[in-house]
Design a protein around this ligand. Structure first.
Ligand SMILES: [Zn+2]
Length: 281
């Protein structure tokens, strides 16, 4: 099998394999530390998965909302603290059922979404009356300098070419516009758990195409021309299964505590993170 040829962030070509499942392998770049999946599912396989990933039963949808509630509220507060011109135009890419957009709409923002899942799109439109585009952002014809804010919750790790996606987001943001990304930080947990992590499959192999760290996220944002990049803990999810919920509350809560007690210096590895950055004025 052909090996991964070069790192998308630093172009280096030396890697260590840190996780494998079936034919899929996760490589860590020995230069910058970015973790990349190789080989990859085809674009069609990925699209098929995302078209079908959202459950349709109301019970499952409600669980999903509950799981994301805290992240949604915290992210909305963060955005409103950063954009002091007040409410503006916001795009959420991979908006799912539209829970975050609904929150921002309630706060007076002019919102729209992108979602390839018909279930999520339908729900956002029927339930909240929110306009949601069905094609991926890459295929949409959106004027430049349109949005005040663009958000991506648990999406960037699924994107084949995150550089071109972020460059496009940079173009459609207004000068001084804000991007907020929420992403998992899995590799430190895989390291700690060792062979046990194979069973848990925390990368959702083969659907997480990359695993970022605060350092590699900063590189990614700098390469795509974003400024004032800041990564924080930004809350935690509340999964429906009790064991996972407790783990999330303990580690998420610990992450927040360590972050604030260290004077915003220490980002606990392994817990999900929120990154904020701006397009140049
Ligand atoms: Zn690299």
């Amino acid at each position: 099998m052909q090996k991964l040829s070069s790192c998308i962030l630093c172009n280096a070509s030396e890697f260590r394999i840190i996780h494998e499942k079936d034919q899929w392998e996760y490589y860590r770049c020995l230069n910058c530390g970015l973790v990349s999946l190789h080989p990859r599912p085809t674009a069609q396989e990925l699209m098929k998965n995302y078209e079908d990933y959202l459950p349709t039963q109301l019970k499952e949808i409600n669980k999903w909302e509950k799981m994301m509630k805290q992240i949604i509220n915290k992210s909305a507060d963060l955005i409103e603290a950063k954009i002091n011109t007040g409410r503006g135009r916001l795009l959420d890419i991979g908006c799912g059922y539209g829970f975050f957009l609904k929150e921002m709409q309630l706060r007076g923002w002019d919102v729209e979404g992108v979602e390839v899942s018909q279930t999520g799109r339908q729900y956002s439109q029927d339930k909240w009356g929110i306009h949601v585009h069905s094609q991926p952002l890459e295929d949409l014809d959106i004027p430049e300098n349109l949005f005040d804010v663009v958000t991506l919750f648990y999406l960037i790790e699924h994107i084949n070419d995150p550089l071109s996606l972020l460059r496009k987001i940079n173009r459609i943001l207004k000068p001084g516009g804000l991007i907020l990304l929420r992403w998992p930080h899995t590799t430190p947990i895989v390291r700690i758990l060792g062979p046990l992590s194979r069973k848990l499959d925390l990368y959702h192999t083969p659907y997480h195409l990359y695993d970022f760290s605060p350092e590699t996220m900063k590189m990614l944002m700098a390469i795509t021309d974003f400024k004032k990049v800041e990564t924080i803990i930004g809350g935690y999810t509340l999964p429906p299964r009790e064991m996972y919920r407790w783990a999330s509350m303990i580690f998420g809560g610990l992450g927040e505590a360590v972050y604030f007690l260290s004077g915003r210096n220490i980002l606990l590895p392994g817990v999900s993170k929120t990154t904020l950055a701006f397009k140049a004025d």
